[in-house]
Design a protein around this ligand. Structure first.
Ligand code: PRX
Length: 661
């Protein structure tokens, strides 16, 4: 087992002792979309027919497909080859042809307390108009459009408009730096950038346009920039003539009609960058039909969506969770999806619960980090609000500790709402391991079993399946419709990253065990990826950023356990001669990383060291650094070039203590 598994070991041991069981409540079960083993059995009997029957019944097609799964050139799988569809048609147009025309599609709550409701008819109109705006700016089918926005209703409008005309979007989370935005735009070679003046954050406008300007000064492919006015007078911005256009001005004259392109099932839908084990973020490519089907079916069954539900996923659309479970999955189902612009503690720490009370939310999907933060704030905040409308709760992004699961169950679900702990990745596009809440009995801390039609397994170093309750690598044995198709512009790296370590299967990068009931306990990454508050970061990217600082000679980072964030980042830094190891420099280095990558990558603690522990092949021994950061006894150091280094680091680390982030 590789390095990263070590941290998980103690967590696992405590998790696996979990004996509490929560069967679906009888009434919930009686009304659920899935309340028996039928879909699991159907999928097990004939996996392709299973997906095909739902593709036929649940989605609209301009032209039927010829082949359900084309596996002739693995791992470049194709789903529904020969078919033609458009995810925008499935998410918008078809719902305007029934009574749903006047149903709320998007209910948006602004941080300052303003709100907007867009019916399916409104959404249809706005999306068509914005699709015409894009065409007017020269965007053609296949051209990439980068989006750098906050959580505003215009964001899903922009996404759907791109999908409508077949222009893949590439959303960059609004918390990313100018350098990160620049690199992502350049990798995608985007033609147009959509941004906004500023986004509301804890009562203040957080700049977006000025950061976009910095990025765009180094992105030759960008021809036009569309700017949404959100903060208005509170945040005046400069507009570059012939390049920058106001959203509202373009929309004022845009034509109302823009038919959906008939797109090939495998037409690229979007690129979303995520951190991997190297410094360079990878552009995960998702395509049209399979992604549409995967997100549609999982939204319907995992969240057991009912026609009159108010469904709220608290994620940011800058991450995959927002793409799949705020926008595409819910809208394809004709649901009402709620979006919130701001933070959970503004104006007070009960904001989430106030939103649930205000809109009578029925289904709420959030992250373990958010739940642990709410636990820290105390039960008085949820207790202030009426949460009786809730009937189902979900979590995603990181392992949930049973304590947080129970807190969620008791204080938010009032012991009546099933909890779906959903395991998936940017790459998988859709939820893959999850309870179906009307059928699967849950246990706190496990994402339970694979979704029907998903074939997972846990294997050892040699690719052999492991026995029950034995740790191993989580893999997927069969393709699934919403899987990534490649890295944008880098097929070779796609094969090397996921399909080479264990030939013929997809390697997730996660470690897991299966218990005697066949439930999967996913414990975290076994590679150089860190998961801080559910955000994926690469050690190597942070290390190279630190090394780019003029004072730094060498750096190593690790994710150490953290009670709230899941993992926190500890950085071990060797300074260049002539630089003093001061507190001021520590702060400077932390700010440097925040500014170069994003505040989410800011190291929690910095430790100055004379050297780093390395193996004889010059590989940094992160395991040892993690032992130190988590205060454990040192592991085996015999492969170190200079075992004294570790002792020295440990000594100083303990004496100096940690800084709080
Ligand atoms: O390690 C797993 C963890 O998050 C990783 C995927 O991160 P990202 O691509 O950013 O997507 C996050 C949202 C889908 C996984 O490899 N992870 C995600 N969900 C869970 C989880 N770990 C344990 N339990 C989960 N439910």
């Amino acid at each position: 087992m590789s390095d990263g598994q070590v941290t998980s070991q103690t967590l696992l041991e405590s998790l696996m002792k979990e004996e509490r069981r929560f069967a679906p409540p009888a009434e919930f079960r009686a009304n659920a979309w899935v309340n028996d083993a039928t879909p699991y059995e159907e999928a097990a009997r004939d996996f392709e027919s299973f997906w095909a029957s739902h593709a036929e019944n649940e989605l609209h097609w301009f032209k039927p497909w010829d082949t359900v799964l084309d596996a002739s050139n693995p791992p470049f799988f194709k789903w529904f080859s020969g078919g033609e569809t458009n995810i925008c048609y499935n998410c918008v147009d078809r719902h305007t042809q029934s009574w749903r025309r006047t149903k709320a599609a998007i209910v948006w709550e602004g941080e300052p307390g303003d709100s907007v409701t867009l019916t399916y008819q409104d959404l249809h109109r706005e999306v068509q108009k914005f699709a015409n705006v894009l065409k007017g700016l020269g965007v053609k089918k296949g051209d990439r459009v980068s989006i750098y926005m906050g959580m505003v209703p215009e964001l899903p409008i922009a996404m759907l408009a791109c999908a409508r005309i077949g222009a893949p979007h590439s959303i960059v989370f609004g918390g990313f730096s100018a350098d990160s935005l620049r690199d992502r735009i350049n990798d995608a070679q985007a033609k147009v950038l959509i941004t906004q003046d500023a986004a509301w954050r804890r009562g203040k406008p957080g700049p977006l346009k000025p950061i976009a300007d910095q990025a765009v000064s180094q992105t030759p492919s960008i021809e036009k920039v569309v700017v949404l006015r959100r903060a208005g007078d509170a945040f005046p911005v400069e507009m570059t003539p012939q390049r920058d256009y106001w959203w509202h001005e373009l929309m004022a004259t845009a034509d109302r009609d823009c038919p959906c392109e008939h797109l090939d099932a495998e037409h690229p839908l979007y690129i979303l960058y995520t951190s991997g084990t190297t410094g360079k973020p990878k552009g995960i490519l998702h395509t049209t039909a399979g992604y549409n089907l995967g997100t549609h079916m999982t939204t319907k069954w995992v969240f057991d969506l009912k026609e009159d539900d108010y469904y709220w996923c608290t994620a940011d659309i800058g991450w995959v969770t927002g793409h799949s479970y705020i926008v595409y999955g819910p809208l394809s189902n004709g649901a009402t999806t709620v979006m919130y612009e701001g933070t959970p503690d503004y104006p007070d720490k009960d904001r989430f619960w106030a939103i649930i009370e205000k809109y009578r939310i029925n289904v709420c999907y959030t992250s373990p980090t958010a739940i642990r933060t709410f636990m820290k704030w105390g039960t008085e905040y949820p207790a202030r609000r009426d949460l009786s409308s809730l009937r189902l709760l979900g979590t995603v992004g990181e392992p949930i500790n049973p304590e947080a699961w129970m807190w969620y169950h008791e204080n938010i679900g009032h012991e009546k709402c099933p909890i779906v702990d959903t395991w998936w990745q940017t790459e998988t596009g859709m939820i893959l391991i999850t309870p179906l809440p009307g059928y699967v009995t849950t246990k706190p801390g496990t994402a339970t079993i694979p979704f029907p039609g998903v074939v997972a397994d846990i294997i050892d170093e040699n690719g052999e399946p492991v026995a029950a309750n034995t740790g191993g690598y989580l893999i997927l044995r069969k393709p699934w419709p919403a899987m990534l198709r490649t890295f944008w512009g880098d097929d070779q790296r796609y094969v090397a990253t996921y399909w080479s370590r264990f030939p013929g299967v997809y390697f997730t990068g996660d470690g897991a065990r299966r218990d005697e009931d066949g439930y999967y306990w996913v414990t975290g990454r076994v590679d150089d990826v860190v998961n801080v508050s559910g955000h994926r970061l690469s050690n190597i990217e942070i290390e190279s950023t630190l090394v780019a600082h003029p004072a730094v000679a060498e750096a190593a980072t690790i994710g150490r356990n953290d009670a709230i964030k899941g993992q926190a980042i500890s950085a071990f830094v060797v300074l260049k001669a002539g630089n003093a190891p001061t507190e001021a420099l520590k702060k400077d280095l932390r700010d440097w990383v925040a500014q170069k990558i994003s505040p989410i990558a800011r190291p929690d603690d910095i430790y100055f060291s004379a050297d780093l522990p390395k193996t004889r092949s010059a590989k940094i021994m992160r395991r040892l650094l993690r032992d130190i950061a988590e205060g454990r006894i040192l592991g085996d150091t015999t492969t170190l070039t200079d075992p004294g280094v570790v002792q020295e680091i440990k000594q100083r680390y303990i004496t100096e203590g940690r800084e709080e982030g």
